[in-house]
Design a protein around this ligand. Structure first.
Ligand code: WT7
Length: 562
């Protein structure tokens, strides 16, 4: 098949010769960029923050934060000092290495200070996306066994505290203390800064991120400090970061992208990050790019499309600082690429990875010809393949399970409390089975072909159909429900629900609105179905589980409900 190809980028780039670097590359070579390779003392936050202070770069900018009300800039030294104070708060609460602290906050400087202060104390952070409601919060807080929760006054009412006996302390941001909670500001004001970093084993966890699968409750994906080797190298090769850059990754820190590339990886390179709080508005985003002179921008197809919808604003802003644009999380469609080429004068480089991989895995790279429609090639040190249902490699141009040979540095090391689920990913050992379908061509470029398992990807957010189904059947009008991702020109996919209603109930506009709100307020806004259809029965396989293949046919219009 003849594919459109954009030639490699001319001029300076960090990774110049992909084939040459790939030859015999081992990630062990990346260890030399870290102080622990000389001192033996390791902590990911030390390498991201305090190292810069220790090496005399403390006055460089680290964080440019803005939202509707606040506008704050922080240097590495200032952030490091705040993080030390937060560690002090944790010491006063007798928080120990290996314990879990959950962050349920909107994007704000407090989010990043809390994260840094916890991880440098040897703690494990459990980020909770701002849009989560009671059930989603309960599942994650209960499973992680978090002892401390840091949240905001407007989010606190959603947390079912009475059902979470292991949660000992709730720290709330905002000036006023709420009964039964500690005030973030007050605790910080009285805390004694703790200068010592808690040194960890490189295989110790620092992060548990819950990711949805097709069935059951979300899994706690466990990441360890050693992952920094992969963060550092991918930020160098793929994001092409240099000290003079201003980097903006638009992902929320409730997800892996907003953590690894939102701040950890750029900070390891001493590069300042832009964080924009508040809801998405195309105009704010254009202004943010221009005001901070963003040079490297990491975002997602749905966001690019939303920017395009208001492209008339382009003329008002000077975006000439942009030099590299990357995309993640959903298929990068040609219309998006063409828009960026035409309006911003730059191609968009696709990057494929997932919560479980902890770092970019298959990417379009400035040094390689960009084959349009492909997600690119596996990075140096990484081997990918495509397997059939029995775990055999299928060779080029055959669709199958996208798999990665285990052992890359930021690979998840466990599923929290669920050894069996972890082993399932490695059922074709030594391959990690991603859950995505893909093929590769004769030149070794990979092509994403959707999820294998019915997990929904709406606006780049991963939604587990079973969680939505479980919520829907709690509603008195719903007897049974099945949920699938329906292709959508703006959002990639939308959540579509097929519902079997109780006798006498009808799927009126009011009921649809009620069901949508029921999911929105009980589980999470982004998981709420945008479309409903009443059916006589939900398709099931012989063992009684929902027939995801059949559902897929339904949403694609290939077959119809009986
Ligand atoms: C799923 C992982 C860490 C990345 C952000 C989402 C889909 C990811 C791409 C891409 C098409 C992509 C896959 C993957 N995905 N990148 N470049 N093109 N699809 O992380 O929430 O763990 O979701 O996102 O289906 O399995 P996540």
């Amino acid at each position: 098949m003849q594919r459109r190809v954009i030639p490699p980028r001319e001029g300076e780039k960090n990774l110049v010769d992909y084939e040459e670097v790939r030859k015999n590359f081992s990630f062990r070579e990346g260890e030399k960029f870290f102080t622990w390779s000389r001192t033996g003392k390791a902590n990911i936050i030390y390498e991201a923050l305090e190292k810069h202070v220790a090496e005399g770069r403390g006055d460089s900018s680290a964080l440019y934060y803005s939202d509707g009300q606040r506008r704050e800039n922080y240097t590495f030294a200032q952030l490091a000092e705040l993080a030390r104070k937060f560690t002090g708060v944790l010491h006063s609460l007798d928080f120990r290495k290996g314990e879990r602290l959950a962050i349920f906050l909107p994007r704000s400087p407090e989010w990043y200070v809390t994260f840094a202060g916890t991880v440098r104390a040897g703690g494990i952070v459990v980020p909770l996306f701002e849009a989560f409601m009671e059930e989603a919060l309960y599942d994650r807080l209960a499973d992680s066994g978090a002892r401390i929760l840091v949240t905001a006054p407007e989010l606190l009412p959603r947390v079912p505290l009475e059902r979470l006996p292991q949660l000992e302390h709730v720290i709330v941001t905002g000036e006023e203390g709420l009964p039964g909670t500690l005030s973030w500001q007050e605790e910080m004001a009285k805390a004694a800064p703790v200068a010592e970093v808690t040194w960890v084993d490189l295989e110790d966890p620092y992060l548990i991120l819950y990711a949805s699968g097709a069935e059951g409750v979300p899994r706690g994906i466990v990441h360890v400090h050693y992952g920094m080797v992969g963060h550092y190298l991918t930020a160098y090769w793929v994001h092409d970061l240099r000290p003079s850059d201003v980097y903006w990754c638009t992902a929320d820190p409730g997800w892996i992208t907003g953590i690894v590339y939102g701040f950890l990886a750029p900070w390891m390179h001493g590069v300042p990050v832009v964080i924009r709080g508040g809801r998405f508005r195309a105009e704010d985003w254009y202004r943010t790019l221009a005001e901070y002179r963003v040079s490297v921008w990491y975002s997602a197809p749905t966001a690019f499309r939303m920017m395009r919808q208001e492209e008339h604003l382009l003329a008002q802003y000077d975006l000439s600082s942009l030099r590299h644009i990357l995309s993640v999380g959903e298929p990068l469609t040609q219309d998006v690429l063409d828009w960026c080429l035409e309006k911003l004068g730059l191609p968009v480089y696709d990057t494929w990875w997932m919560t479980e991989t902890g770092m970019n895995i298959i990417c379009q790279l400035p040094a390689l010809p960009l084959k349009v429609g492909s997600i690119g090639k596996p990075l140096p040190g990484i081997e990918c393949t495509v397997l059939d249902d029995e775990g055999r490699e299928v060779g080029p141009n055959r669709i199958g399970h996208l798999a990665i040979k285990k052992g890359w540095p930021a690979m998840f090391r466990a599923v929290w409390n669920n050894e069996e689920k972890y082993r399932e990913y490695f059922r074709f050992d030594p391959w990690f089975v991603s859950g995505d379908a893909a093929y590769y061509d004769e030149d070794g470029y990979f092509y994403f072909q959707g999820r294998v398992d019915g997990v929904i990807n709406t606006s780049g957010e991963r939604v587990g159909p079973a969680e939505v189904e479980k919520k829907l059947v709690e509603h008195p009008a719903v007897k049974d429900a099945a949920v699938a991702g329906k292709p959508d020109p703006l959002r990639g996919e939308i959540v579509k629900a097929y519902v079997v209603l109780e006798t006498g109930r009808e799927l009126t506009a009011e009921l649809m609105e009620e069901l949508r709100n029921f999911v929105k307020t009980g589980l999470a806004a982004h998981a709420a179905p945008r479309e409903f259809e009443a059916v006589g029965a939900v398709p099931r396989t012989a063992d009684g589980s929902i027939d995801r293949k059949k559902l897929r046919e339904w949403v694609l219009g290939l077959s119809k409900p009986d």
